[in-house]
Design a binder for this molecule. Structure first.
Ligand code: HEC
Length: 136
């Protein structure tokens, strides 16, 4: 192969990779570009307002404690909902962005009596940035 063809092949490979990634990401709001996103400063207020009423205390739904970082990282009775470094594949992102095929998994449920609101794209973007930055 001459060098020009090689460059073309590399470009084509990069392009199809980008297409694959964006297709998987299509339903998800983009990650926020905010730096140093942490649970304590950025996420706690969002989770306290929209998740904690049902996911805390003696009998949290799905045995998921959304009121501490420890509880969130531990996950549900079925497993982890956060994969640090990989927000697009973290269940908490798919669930809050309504990007799972099972509507029962969409959180918070609507309607609900806890006055919990569907997260805005900006809030989900913050959740994504937090996870991509290591979920600290
Ligand atoms: C009004 C109550 C309520 C609120 C508010 C709520 N949830 Fe839930 N959540 C539930 C119930 C009920 C279940 C199902 C429990 C089960 O199947 O055992 C559940 C299950 C889950 C699951 C497990 C889903 C699965 O299928 O594995 C996750 C993850 C979750 N909630 C995250 C959240 C997050 C994040 C928030 C806030 C953005 C939230 N929930 C807000 C009631 C609530």
């Amino acid at each position: 192969m001459n060098p020009n063809k090689l460059t073309l092949a590399a470009l084509a490979a990069a392009f199809s990779f980008a297409l694959t990634v964006s297709a998987e990401d299509a339903k998800l709001p983009p990650a926020s570009d905010k730096k140093d996103v942490t649970y304590a400063t950025d996420l706690k207020p969002i989770f306290d307002a929209n998740c904690v009423k049902c996911h805390s205390g003696e009998k949290p739904k799905a045995r998921l404690h959304m009121d501490t970082l420890e509880g969130i990282l531990k996950g549900t009775k079925q497993g982890k909902i956060v994969t640090p470094g990989d927000s697009a594949n973290s269940f908490i992102v798919k669930s809050t962005a309504h990007a799972t095929s099972d509507k029962d998994e969409w959180m918070p449920p609507t309607p609900n009596k806890a006055n919990a609101k569907t997260l805005t794209p900006e809030q989900i973007g913050l959740v994504r940035a937090w996870i991509d930055q290591g979920a600290k």
